[in-house]
Design a protein around this ligand. Sequence first.
Ligand code: SAM
Length: 201
Amino acid sequence: MNDNFAHRAAEWDSPEKTRMTEIFVTEMLRHVSPQTHWKALEIGAGTGLVGLQIAHLVDKIVFEDTSEAMLDVLKQKLSTESSVEIVHGEVFDYKQKDIDLVFSCMAFHHVPDIEKTLEHLFTITNGGATVIIGDLRTEDGSFHRFEPIPHKGFDTEALSEQFKKAGFDVISSQTYHKLKRERVEGVASEYEQFMLIAQKK
Ligand SMILES: C[S@@+](CC[C@H](N)C(=O)[O-])C[C@H]1O[C@@H](n2cnc3c(N)ncnc32)[C@H](O)[C@@H]1O
């Protein structure tokens, strides 16, 4: 499995990334109230910057990521009694059908097959489960200009249709933040981040 984040893992937890995940979590918690009996799954959990803010609110949390290096950083933050499960691999490698909450921050644009991923999410979630995806709206490719990625952000209308096709109801999809980055030297760009919330009936 390619680990495109191996060279970034040790330095991932910068103040900028921490802030970005806090903004995501604040927005997410405006829309969903995690329950203490829930099992949550984070797709592309990385070093756990998002999931570790949620873990104490739910019964169990599964951190899934294709990068062993990112997960190694996460593991160093866990205490022995933490009620967590780590899946090193694609989301398809998680097969239990017991998830109440799925969330993902800035990882979906790295996931090659969204259609199959959503179909799989439908099979592993309980009735009433909520899925929350935070990612970039369609961008010009400059955000990842030095590395090939499957998606240059997302058209949320098209993504909503994919969710519906997989069987979910789409509750909302709104811009929740604008990232300012200088990806090209001397050129400041803004990248809109959306949050899409879907539910399985
Ligand atoms: C931009 S980072 C975001 C990490 C974390 N969500 C955060 O906000 O700090 C994207 C993460 O997605 C992971 N990733 C890439 N492709 C993936 C895939 N197909 N399935 C799951 N995770 C993937 C990367 O290894 C990386 O940890």
